[in-house]
Design a binder for this molecule. Structure first.
Ligand code: ATP
Ligand code: HSE
Length: 314
């Protein structure tokens, strides 16, 4: 059937995510209640992108923008490109910090493109959305919680990514500590060795399994359950402040890990009452987002933007 497009604008709210959670490298992830809002509509020609908030000063505002790239890939998968596109982003997720900003942009793009195609849901079902978004991102551990919400276990089969979402136990209160400096996932992945000792792989397998139990049923086990030997130490040299903070918090009994590829620190249990992050870290207590990405018909309303987000129109 030839592709046709929906005339009205669509919008999507996508959560920040924290991947790995210590031992669950490339598999486990958690959705956090900090969101980007992205709206899009089909136009007669060209591409316009408007960005406010995070990244407003440096993101591309043309076909190079990651939301647009994900939309293009999705339109191809659906059967054809629209004549033109207008995209409006209100960003709150800090970028290149380990909070899943790229997955949020990709999930937003895939869901927006699907919603802009007539009967898009039947051409590309939810399982196919996960597969496509994970393929664009390269791994599924941020994409899965961004789409599904909650605590997700993601894995890849020959046909592509799959995931399940589990409910987090009461008493899990995530806090993120976000530094000013950025760290790109691609550089962090380049720091990993091609092989690891069998004992380290066995250690992580046990701790990742324990983490599923700790996060869903017994948060008192979060400290041993978040220990990792597969990635954090290999990356420590490129984020010494992050590594020192994680180690210091863990010595104080806090279940702290590197969030995603870093350099943000994620604490899954409460910080000491006298904890002072200092001026180098932005501390955000973020509840778990249990909904995942939410699509709505209609333009992003100005009043719904973060009032502190500095505006830039391009
Ligand atoms: N909202 C966005 N709109 C457009 N591009 C984005 C957006 N967010 C991130 N990006 C692109 O993705 C890059 C960051 O991706 P990267 O995977 O390195 O970090 P991250 O996704 O924030 O962290 P992690 O994957 O470790 O959780 C940015 O430098 C930018 O190029
Ligand atoms: N599992 C990924 C998450 C960041 O995208 C990594 O640590 O490289």
């Amino acid at each position: 059937m030839p592709i046709t497009f929906v005339a009205e604008p669509v919008r999507v709210r996508v959560p920040a995510t924290s991947a790995n959670l210590g031992p669950g490298f490339d598999a486990l992830g958690l959705a956090l209640a900090l969101h980007d809002d992205v709206a899009a509509e089909v136009t007669a020609e060209g591409v316009t992108v408007t960005v406010t908030g995070e990244g407003a000063a440096d993101l591309p505002v043309d076909d190079g923008h990651l939301v647009v790239r994900a939309m293009r890939a999705t339109f191809d998968a659906l059967g054809g490109q629209p004549p033109g596109l207008a995209v409006e982003c209100a960003n709150r997720i800090p970028q290149a910090r380990g909070l899943g900003s790229s997955s949020a942009a990709i999930v937003a793009g895939v869901l927006l493109a699907r919603a802009l195609v007539t009967e898009g849901d039947s051409r590309l079902d939810d399982d196919a959305v996960l597969r496509l978004a994970a393929e664009i991102e390269g791994h599924p551990d941020n994409v899965a919680p961004c789409l599904l919400g909650g605590f997700t276990l993601a894995w890849t089969e020959p046909t592509g990514a799959r995931a399940v979402s589990l409910q987090v136990a009461d008493g899990v209160r995530p806090t993120v500590l976000v530094p000013a400096e950025r760290g790109l996932t691609a550089s962090a992945r380049a720091a990993l060795p091609a092989t690891v000792p069998h004992g380290d792989a066995a250690f992580n397998a046990g701790r990742a399994a324990l983490l599923v139990h700790a996060l869903t049923a017994q948060p008192g086990l979060l400290l041993p359950a978040t220990a990792d030997r597969l990635h954090q130490n290999y990356r420590a040299a490129s984020m010494s402040g992050t590594s020192a903070l994680v180690n210091g918090l863990r010595e104080a009994g806090v279940a702290a890990v590197v969030s995603g590829a870093g350099p943000t620190v994620l604490a899954l249990s409460d910080l000491p009452v006298d904890f002072d992050a200092g001026t180098d870290w932005r501390l955000l207590r973020l509840p778990v987002d249990v909904c995942g990405a939410q699509v709505e018909r209609g333009r992003l309303k100005h009043a719904e933007r973060d009032p502190v987000a500095a505006g830039r129109k391009s």
